[in-house]
Ligand binder design. Structure first.
Ligand code: CP3
Length: 351
């Protein structure tokens, strides 16, 4: 393995000092880039891109050719895991993800098998090793998975949802069935993330996109307990290097102390939390990643630069901050504004 030329992302996630604040963006590879849209048109649909390791690698590299980012993220999706469990993932243009066989009964859950990633998700692992090779030590590669709770919510609804009514009905009416599902997902995600690490992923991010729709008690029991179990079972060092783990919980600002106690190295923050406040609460224990509202990127260069400075100032000096957006970049963003954003983090964080 070649040495890493730019390790400021790894260092910041481990709270080690760096000469500036590293930056990457959730959903940095994807629809805001015309070169991505072109490849998707050619391939026909999103899953064909994911299933082709060479195309997935090319797409993961696209944002790095445009912007001075400090990390690359595997091009795939969190829903490849339920797909591998047999639910039949497909995407309808403009409607988001759907499953042909969503979970409807206890029997559906009982008949699910824990995945063996080397067999069931070979295409993802090949994309990881190909992207790692293509990066050639320029920046670290981030692997990822969805949290069991977030995956379960999609598997029960069968699609994106505003209120996750079915999932919450299971939670209160049949908690034991939901726990059985979450346990199978936990074992699957552990297998999947460890396989990504062995294939070359140098950072792991767990997306708990729907953790924030839970009540305080339910968050602990149905989401955090399982992400904690995952973190405990991940390979913590690979090739003589620590593999930092970022836990991103959308709308999790109320639970920072609990999230920090999960064993993660860094907490991903959305824009509803002040970095200063988050650092005061948990900054001694974990690094912080975030948290610019992606909507800022719809404005103009002056406003973007001001917001970057405001966020850097809010964190203050010292190590342990990775600049990111508070959620994924949206498809309507002009790449010129993204370049302004990344440059601004480089320029203003040196001071
Ligand atoms: O740069 C990257 O981050 C690329 C890899 C990546 C994708 N999805 C590609 C993708 C990652 C890390 C994800 C994570 C993901 N997928 C999450 C968690 C992060 C978050 O945004 O909260 C979730 C909830 C999903 C599920 C999912 N996949 C949805 C709801 C959708 C449709 C709506 C949307 O946000 O795009 C997808 C499709 C998807 N995943 C696309 C991409 C590039 C768009 C596909 C297309 O239309 O071309």
């Amino acid at each position: 393995m070649s040495a890493l030329k730019n390790d400021c992302l790894l260092k910041s996630l481990l709270k080690e000092p760096t000469s500036r604040t590293p930056v990457w963006m959730m959903r940095q590879a994807g629809r805001h880039l015309p070169e991505y849209r072109k490849l998707r048109r050619q391939a026909g649909d999103f899953m064909s891109l994911c299933r082709d390791p060479e195309l997935a690698c090319e797409i993961a590299m696209q944002p790095l050719l445009r912007y001075k980012l400090d990390g690359a993220i595997l091009f795939s999706d969190i829903l490849t895991v339920p797909d591998a469990m047999g639910l039949g993932l497909y995407f309808v243009e403009g409607e988001g993800p759907k499953f042909r066989k969503p979970l409807r009964t206890e029997r559906d859950v009982e008949s699910l098998s824990v995945i063996n990633s080397k067999v069931d998700l070979t295409y993802v692992l090949e994309a990881v090793s190909l992207t790692r090779k293509e990066l050639d030590g320029s920046v670290p590669l981030i692997g990822f998975a969805g949290s069991p709770w977030t995956l379960a919510a999609y598997m029960i609804e069968g699609k994106s949802s505003r209120d996750f009514a079915r999932t919450k009905t299971w939670l209160y009416q049949h908690p034991e069935i939901l726990h059985q599902l979450l346990q199978k997902l936990t074992l699957s995600v552990v297998d999947y993330l460890n396989a990504q690490i062995c294939s070359g992923a140098q950072v792991i991010q767990i997306f708990d996109t729907w953790g924030g729709i839970l009540s305080d008690f339910a968050y602990e029991e149905f989401s955090l307990a399982y992400t904690r179990e995952i973190i405990t079972n991940l390979i913590s060092r690979h090739n003589d290097r620590e593999v930092p783990i970022v836990l991103f919980t959308k709308s999790g600002g109320n639970w920072l102390e609990k999230i920090a106690s999960s064993g993660c190295n860094a907490i991903g923050l959305d824009w509803t939390v002040s970095l200063r406040e988050a650092r005061r609460r948990v900054g001694a224990a974990v690094a912080l990643q975030g948290n610019m509202d992606p909507a800022v990127l719809r404005s103009n260069p002056e406003s973007i630069e001001l917001e970057v400075q405001r966020i850097l100032h809010s964190y203050g000096s010292g190590s342990g901050h990775v600049f990111n957006l508070g959620h994924g970049i949206t498809p309507d963003i002009d790449p010129r504004n993204v370049a302004v954003f990344v440059e601004a983090v480089h320029r203003y964080s040196r001071d």
